[in-house]
Design a protein around this ligand. Structure first.
Ligand code: NAD
Length: 318
């Protein structure tokens, strides 16, 4: 993808990350086509673009095939449920979206000679034995575990992308996204930041799975989106993979306490059963992103949490 690119396709563009990416792309002059089945995405996330004639929206399940799309220069493939709460109840959909759906996206890109930016995940590292995780780490994942529709689905998507790259010389770039948060996350999404924030705003106890010593690192969504666009622009990313996230690590218990302080209420923190196969630690090695993309996260956790709290407060009150 060069600097003259105008048409981006965003699968999953009505979702949390996808809709922020659409904002960024339209804001920087792209034409944008979104493909989304609204399984977890919502129209409200894109309503502000409805009158923009550079914006097009297709309500389609990728597993069923893609609509006719022409002249795509780059496809950002983000469509996939991503909430741990869905891994059991929607496991088949997740596994197939990341295999059959990804197959359809790669075929479209091949037909149009477009660059593909595949949204993979830190989950491909599983419960890591190497810390922090560099892109070269092959991971520690259970093929039959509770998270396998998602993490094996994403692994397969990466494999399929590399097969297209090798066999057909397709320009496929893979991003392993680490926990990202921000406005537009669904309060009932099951991911830890919106869960704690909505519990705290409602004055309910904050439910920490296990003892809360498991760590995560949280990237604010605008930082991630900047990185995704950089990946599409940087020629040396053709055929390569990069971690994007934040490398400041925090325990889940410390996160719960921080959110409680920022919301300025004092609900209890209670411990509930740990999640099966929940990784004990997770932090990206961002060396490659820093060196190759000149990218790094810049939004401090407190600042990002404040913006997320304000967004959820507004939505919970309406
Ligand atoms: N947010 C994170 O922390 C995070 C971390 C790692 C990876 N990711 C990846 O980033 C991408 C976006 O995640 P998100 O957090 O915005 O989740 P999200 O659930 O908000 O967005 C996913 C979008 O994909 C759509 N979708 C799902 N299945 C589809 C299908 N079969 N056909 C068409 N559309 C479909 C949903 O309706 C939704 O709009 C996902 O691929 C996810 O795996 C996100």
């Amino acid at each position: 993808m060069g600097d003259d690119v105008t048409h981006a396709v965003v699968t999953g563009g009505a979702g949390f990350v996808g809709s922020h990416l659409v904002d960024e792309l339209l804001g920087s002059g792209f034409r944008v086509t979104v493909v989304d089945d609204f399984s977890t995405g919502v129209r409200r996330n894109l309503d502000h673009h409805r009158a923009d004639d550079r914006f097009e929206l297709h309500s389609v399940d990728l597993k069923q095939g893609l609509p006719a799309i022409e002249d795509a220069d780059v496809v950002f493939h983000l469509a996939s449920r991503a909430s741990p709460g869905d891994f059991r109840s929607h496991g088949v959909d997740i596994a197939l979206t990341n295999s059959v759906g990804t197959n359809r996206v790669l075929d479209l890109a091949l037909e149009q000679d477009a660059t593909v930016v595949l949204a993979s995940t830190s989950e491909v590292y599983g419960d890591p034995e190497v810390h922090p995780q560099p892109e070269s780490y092959v991971g520690h994942v259970s093929v039959r575990g509770a998270r396998s529709p998602y993490d094996i689905g994403k692994r397969f998507g990466e494999t399929l992308g590399m097969a297209y790259a090798r066999q057909f010389d397709l320009d496929v770039r893979t991003v392993r996204i680490f926990n990202t948060y921000g406005p537009r996350m669904r309060p009932d999404d099951g991911r830890v930041v919106p869960t704690f924030v909505s519990q705290a705003l409602s004055g309910d106890p904050l439910t920490v799975h296990g003892d809360g010593t498991q760590t995560r690192s949280f990237c604010y969504v605008s930082d991630l989106v900047t990185g995704l666009v950089e990946v599409a622009r940087e020629p040396s990313m053709d055929g390569d993979v990069v971690n994007l996230g934040n490398d400041e690590e925090i325990t889940i218990l410390a996160l719960a306490r921080r959110i409680r302080e920022l919301v300025d209420r004092s609900p209890e923190i209670v411990h509930v059963d740990g999640r099966p196969d929940d990784p004990t630690k997770r932090r990206p090695d961002l060396t490659r992103a820093r060196e190759r993309l000149d990218w790094q996260p810049t939004t401090p956790l407190d600042e990002g949490l404040r913006r997320t709290i304000e967004d959820l407060r507004g939505r919970l009150e309406t």
